[in-house]
Each structure stands twice: as structure tokens, then as C-alpha cells.
Design a protein around this ligand. Structure first.
Ligand code: COA
Ligand code: AMP
Ligand code: ZN
Length: 439
């Protein structure tokens, strides 16, 4: 059995726990330097030095997306900007985005975790790695890029989109490993067919790394059949660096959470109490090695469970099951996170728009699609089709600027959308039955 870091990946449980609390102590000291945590510690009467175990850690309140938004942009920083070398942030033109800062140490540690993850899935320095993923502010782009470079693979920073060119790159350079989101893999395979190519015969592909959105085991099996190679699940979130938080090893029996870098808790999303071992709940993470912006007890809103027992690979770090869904209303489309409120804010800022709208997520010819049905105001019906079309186009443009994917927009008559009793249903997810519902 080979590991990227044999010692760190196979620590005994007691060694891992000791390391975690040693690192937690340093993390808390650093966190106290940020205006946000200094205030939290003061308000809750917490001396960083007094936190000595998981029970003590629970004295620290959870950190939420709202906390990050409310202390935008620099409230969680522990160092002067001079030491910060990069930020990543969420999409959106309305409201504050979630922003994550890294110093040199954080970037190096993150790249190492991604390298460790890729190695666990079987990627080696002899591989040619094509990253079919959004670069820029998405963490999946640069995160995998630097991780793969750290591993020593030849990297092709292909970015998202333009499937035919992706296939050409794969053929030209003999790509052996790709990383992309599961829903795009279906569309990607269809393009091979359109080009009368078979990835099994006409490429050197041997490994697929895929994640960033919920998908079922059935979807994985389908992907593996369509491409004739193994596909490994990759989990991460920007608040915890990005990819490289948890990753499947060659045994594909759940994702190892790198517990030397994150403390994992699983809580009931309603009571916020720990669930029984092995039961499904919401993942909560505390960073252990981040310097610029440590985050304590972060509520991810992602639901899954810790898989009991040991992994045959010999890695001792806990494994989590596939993400089952979310405890909030965020949905992920084409690898981009969207909150319905983002769409609502744009629509409700337009005087021509009525009170109701419906977001429909669907799979069309193998690709994810988001469409929005928008009620217009009675006064908006002036008899001019041209004016309505201009309004429609403006909505498409403004929504695209906000959520980064291009929605289909359909204007509908006032009061024509079905009204539900009780809480309005704003999102209908009709995507592939193979994929898990995110409702
Ligand atoms: N990754 C790679 N390619 C993607 C994709 C994704 N997540 N989502 C869509 N695409 C492809 C489409 O199939 C299409 O390719 P084609 O031209 O060969 O048909 C092309 O990108 C454009 O997609 P389309 O749906 O027409 O455009 P859009 O305006 O809705 O925006 C993206 C699509 C790709 C620009 C946008 O969704 C994006 O940036 N996604 C990347 C998200 C990401 O990488 N997240 C991090 C994952 S770790
Ligand atoms: P981002 O912060 O943009 O990187 O998005 C992080 C979110 O993407 C997570 O909180 C999850 O909801 C989702 N996500 C990431 N990886 C996976 C995965 N392997 N399976 C399911 N959802 C995932
Ligand atoms: Zn394993």
C-alpha cells in the first residue's frame, strides 16, 4: 500500500486526537487575533487556552455563512493584508459574498491536501491531468491545479466548457485523469458520441475525479460504464479551503476526511446536538492548519454520515458517505452554488415583475438546465411583444450576472403560477433520477 504521507495518513486514533488538539490550541490562539472571533470569545467567556477536548470545543458557537457575510470582507482575518496572497469567493452581485483568504502557508498546505487526495485515488506523477472546471474564483480550478502540480502530474488547466476542445486536448496530450462535476460528465460523454469517438478506445483516460455536487452511487456506476474507468468522489467547500477536505481512496468506500487538518462533527440540523455515531446529520468542520482565516465549527449544511469501521486501505482518517442533500435551500447547478434568494432579489428589484416566480431545474439532453418562470405585472402587458422580449432578455442578463449560469426565462401572465398552500414552492428539481434530489 502506498500513501502520499504514510505517517500522517495512518496515525492511530489516539495519535490523531493528540495532533488535533495540539493544532486546535494553535488555531484558537490565531483565531483570537481576528476581530470576529475575539468578539465571540469575549461574548462567550472563552479563554482559547481552556479548550482541551471535543466537549470543550462545543462551548464555541457554530460559525455560519451569515456570520461570514456579516463580517465581510476582513472580519475573520488574523493577519495584516500584507501576508495574504489570495482570496476565493462565492458568486453574486447582491449581498455580500463568502470570501476566503489564504497566506503562503495556507496555499501550500491546501495544495498538499489535494495532492494527498489525488494520490489516494491512484493519480501519480506520471499522469496527465486535465482540470475541466471553472478557474478564477471557483476553488475547484486553482485548488486542483496546484494540488496536481504538487503531486507532479503534467497539468492541463483546461477550464470549463467547450467540450469538443476538451476532447481534442485529451487526445493531443494523452490525458489520463480528468476532474469535472458529475452532471457535466453525462453531457461530455454525449459529445464523444457526436464526434463518433469512444473514450475507452480513443483516449488514454484511466481515472475520473468528480464532485462539487450531490450525486448517487447509481450516477457513479453509470459514469464508470460510460467512460470505462473508475470515478472517485471528491468533497470540499471554499470555507474549508476548497477541494481536498474529503476524498475517496482506491477502495471507493466513502470519502476520507483529512482529520489532521479538520475536526469533524456531525450534528442534528434541528437540535444542533451531536448525532449518534453512524447516523446522518449535518457536517461541521473546524480548520486545524489554516493561518490567515481559521474557521471554527463551521456549519456546512451538507448532510451525510460517518461510515463505521476501518477502510481496507489502511488510512485511519474517518470516512463520510456521499452527501445526501442540504439542510438549507441552496442548490448546485452546473457546479455553481445558487440560493433562491439571489434570484428573488434580482426579480423583485424589477418594477415590471409581479409577485411570483418558479425556478425549475432539469436535465435536457444530458446537461443541467435552470429555467425561471416569472409572473409580470398587469401594467407590464402594454401589447408590445418587443417590450416584453426586452424585459425577458434583461432578466436573463441580470440573473446570469448574479448566478453565473445562463437561465432560460419565460414570462408568464399575472397570477398564473400555481399557488401553494403554506410556504411557497420556489424550486422544482426535475433533474436526472440518477442524481439525488436536493429538495
Ligand atoms: N464544467 C465544465 N463544463 C461545463 C460545466 C461545468 N460545470 N457546466 C457546463 N459546462 C459546459 C457546457 O456543456 C457547455 O459546453 P459545450 O459548449 O461544449 O456545449 C459550456 O460549458 C457552456 O455551458 P452553458 O450551459 O451553455 O453556459 P452557461 O452560461 O450556463 O455557463 C459555465 C456555464 C460552464 C460557464 C458555468 O456554469 C461555470 O462556470 N461552471 C463551472 C463551475 C465549476 O467549475 N465549479 C467548481 C467545480 S469544482
Ligand atoms: P463551494 O464552496 O463553491 O466549493 O461549494 C461547496 C459545496 O459544494 C459543499 O458545501 C457541498 O454542498 C457541495 N459539494 C462539494 N463536493 C461535493 C460532493 N462530492 N458531493 C456533494 N456535494 C458536494
Ligand atoms: Zn481508504
Amino acid at each position: 500500500m502506498t500513501y502520499w504521507e504514510p505517517q500522517s495518513e495512518t496515525l492511530s486514533r489516539s495519535e490523531l486526537t493528540r495532533l488535533q488538539f495540539d493544532r486546535l490550541g494553535k488555531t484558537l490562539e490565531r483565531a483570537a487575533k481576528s476581530p470576529y472571533y475575539a468578539e465571540v470569545f469575549k461574548r462567550h467567556n472563552i479563554e482559547p487556552g481552556s479548550i482541551r477536548g471535543l466537549d470543550d470545543l462545543r462551548r464555541i458557537p457554530f460559525t455560519t455563512k451569515e456570520d461570514l457575510r456579516n463580517h465581510f470582507p476582513y472580519g475573520l482575518l488574523t493577519t495584516p493584508i500584507k501576508e495574504i496572497v489570495r482570496l476565493h469567493c462565492s458568486s453574486g452581485t447582491t449581498g455580500n459574498p463568502i470570501v476566503v483568504f489564504y497566506n503562503q502557508h495556507d496555499l501550500a498546505a491546501w495544495a498538499n491536501l489535494v495532492a494527498r487526495s489525488m494520490f489516494a485515488a491512484g493519480v501519480r506523477d506520471t499522469d496527465v491531468f486535465q482540470n475541466i472546471c471553472g478557474y478564477g474564483l471557483f476553488t475547484g480550478g486553482l485548488g486542483f491545479q496546484y494540488g496536481a502540480e504538487r503531486l507532479g502530474a503534467l497539468t492541463i488547466p483546461a477550464g470549463a466548457g467547450n467540450s469538443k476542445r476538451q476532447i481534442k486536448l485529451m487526445q493531443d496530450f494523452g490525458t489520463t485523469v480528468i476532474h469535472t462535476i458529475p452532471s457535466y460528465l453525462m453531457r461530455f460523454r454525449a459529445v464523444f458520441d457526436e464526434m463518433c469517438l469512444d473514450p475507452c478506445k480513443h483516449t488514454k483516460l484511466r481515472i475520473i475525479l468528480t464532485g462539487a455536487e450531490p450525486h448517487s452511487e447509481e450516477t457513479r456506476q453509470r459514469v464508470q460504464k460510460l467512460f470505462g474507468v473508475k470515478a472517485f468522489n471528491s468533497y470540499g467547500l471554499s470555507e474549508m479551503n476548497g477541494p481536498g477536505v474529503a476524498f475517496e481512496c482506491e477502495h471507493q468506500t466513502g470519502m476520507h476526511v483529512w482529520e489532521d487538518s479538520y475536526i469533524l462533527e456531525v450534528v442534528d440540523p434541528d437540535t444542533l446536538e451531536p448525532v449518534e455515531p453512524g447516523k446522518t446529520g449535518e457536517l461541521v468542520f473546524t480548520t486545524l492548519t489554516r493561518e490567515a482565516q481559521p474557521i471554527l465549527r463551521y456549519r456546512t449544511r451538507d448532510l451525510t454520515r460517518v461510515i463505521p469501521g476501518d477502510c481496507p486501505c489502511g488510512r485511519t482518517h474517518a470516512r463520510i458517505d456521499r452527501i445526501q442533500g442540504r439542510s438549507d435551500d441552496m442548490f448546485i447547478i452546473k457546479g455553481v452554488n445558487v440560493f433562491p434568494i439571489q434570484i428573488e432579489r434580482i426579480l423583485m428589484s424589477m418594477p415590471e415583475v409581479g409577485n411570483d416566480y418558479l425556478i425549475v431545474l432539469d436535465t435536457v439532453k444530458g446537461a443541467d438546465e435552470v429555467s425561471v418562470q416569472v409572473e409580470v405585472r398587469p401594467e407590464t402587458f402594454t401589447g408590445s411583444m418587443d417590450a416584453l422580449e426586452k424585459l425577458r432578455q434583461r432578466i436573463v442578463r441580470d440573473l446570469h450576472d448574479e448566478i453565473l449560469v445562463t437561465p432560460k426565462v419565460e414570462l408568464v401572465e399575472p397570477d398564473s403560477l400555481p399557488k401553494s398552500e403554506g410556504k411557497a414552492v420556489r424550486v422544482k428539481d426535475l433533474r436526472n433520477k440518477g442524481c439525488l434530489s436536493q429538495q
